[in-house]
Design a protein around this ligand. Structure first.
Ligand SMILES: NC(=O)c1ccc[n+]([C@@H]2O[C@H](COP(=O)([O-])OP(=O)(O)OC[C@H]3O[C@@H](n4cnc5c(N)ncnc54)[C@H](OP(=O)(O)O)[C@@H]3O)[C@@H](O)[C@H]2O)c1
Length: 332
């Protein structure tokens, strides 16, 4: 039996068609699907269940995981680790760190762990999950897909008003400045989280490559393009943005593609994300991908001094030490 594919935020816009593509085309794999709210009251989780029910022979398991809680994230990783160790589920072949959050209508909100919510969901909790599960990968390795965005790179995203940047005072990432323009501040927090993920991925790959036991695991920072049908545009955004996306941008997608070929539907990126995760695209390659093209990430994300600072701080924020990850790397 082939390995397990873990997907966070599995009831999202990109994730639901990704799950369907995986179950339909690779039924020998096991899908491990986490959602923030597993209850029947969540319409998106019900959509995910409906997709799974179309493939009765497939192996798909759903779990509740709210990434705003670091202790829940560690607990979930421990549980999964035990299931794999005791052969209840096959070893991992891939983790897709897909879940994301933004808030373009409010100031930064702190989680129970005291971190900016956007930064914790998008980055810190995924760091904890990934680093804790490295020793549960199949012996022939696998691939970790971390979700980047054009928002990581200054001057590209149309919603950017404050360019993403790694602040000298690095703690501003976990407790960001407040801006009078909430949309500007909210998108800045999102862009910064994507910049940090991208930068961290480069450091992660350096450590993976150096570790004889883990060097056949690769990490990619993947920009899936602008997903015009994403439900992210309906949540924590202005009504204007939501209506613009739904009634102007989406219907005009065929035309929009001429202006920006990266504009697409979640279902299109879903296929790419699974093929990338299964190592069918640029097998064995690491680094940054724009859609399915290997590319250079932003200049700041390639600064190795900043990468190392983020590496050490991210582990600290995520409560990762030498004791709870198999990776031999620099931790406090
Ligand atoms: N959409 C775009 O245009 C675009 C562009 C570039 C990159 N990306 C990246 O591509 C990935 C997929 O985007 P998408 O458009 O599919 O996003 P989406 O539809 O908004 O889905 C996001 C997922 O994250 C989950 N999530 C949010 N808060 C969570 C929490 N506290 N704990 C656990 N899960 C949580 C959501 O669940 P709930 O709804 O239940 O909270 C949802 O399942 C993201 O990483 C995104 O940053 C997207």
């Amino acid at each position: 039996m082939a390995g397990s594919i873990l997907i966070t935020g599995a009831n999202g816009t990109l994730a639901i068609p990704a799950v369907e593509y995986l179950l339909k085309n690779y039924p020998d794999h096991t899908a491990l699907l986490t959602v923030r709210d597993l209850s029947d009251a969540d319409p998106n989780t019900n959509k995910l269940r409906e997709v799974i029910s179309r493939y009765p022979g497939a192996r798909a398991f759903t779990y509740q995981l709210d990434l705003t809680s670091l202790s829940d994230t560690h607990q979930f990783a421990n549980t999964l680790s035990k299931y794999i160790q005791t052969n209840q589920i096959p070893p991992l072949k891939s983790i897709l760190c897909n879940a994301c959050y933004w808030d373009l209508v409010a100031d930064s909100e702190l989680t129970e762990d005291g971190y900016d919510k956007t930064f914790q969901i998008n980055h810190i909790s995924h760091v904890a999950l990934v680093l804790k599960l490295l020793d549960r990968f199949a012996s022939d390795g696998g691939r970790i897909v971390l979700f980047s965005s054009e928002a990581h790179s200054p001057g590209r995203a149309i919603l950017e008003k404050i360019p993403p940047a790694i602040p000298d005072d690095i703690d501003l990432l976990i407790k960001p400045a407040v801006y009078a323009d909430k949309a500007a501040g909210g998108f800045h927090r999102y862009g910064n989280s994507k910049l940090v993920i991208t930068s961290w991925t480069h450091a992660f790959n350096r450590y993976l490559e150096k570790d004889p036991g883990l060097q056949n695991i690769t990490a990619v920072a993947y920009n899936p393009g602008g997903l015009v049908d994403s439900r992210i545009f309906d949540k924590n955004t202005s009504l204007t943005l939501s209506l613009l996306m739904r009634y102007i941008i989406q219907p005009l997608l065929p035309l929009m593609r001429y202006a920006n070929p990266q504009m697409r539907l979640g279902a299109e990126s879903a296929v790419d994300a699974i093929e990338l995760a299964l190592d069918h695209i640029y097998p064995g390659e690491r680094g940054y991908f724009e859609l399915l093209q290997k590319d250079e990430s932003s200049p700041e994300s390639r600064d190795e001094v900043k990468q190392e600072r983020l590496w050490v701080k991210s582990a600290e924020w995520a409560n990762i030490t030498k004791e709870n990850t198999a990776l031999r790397a620099d931790f406090k």
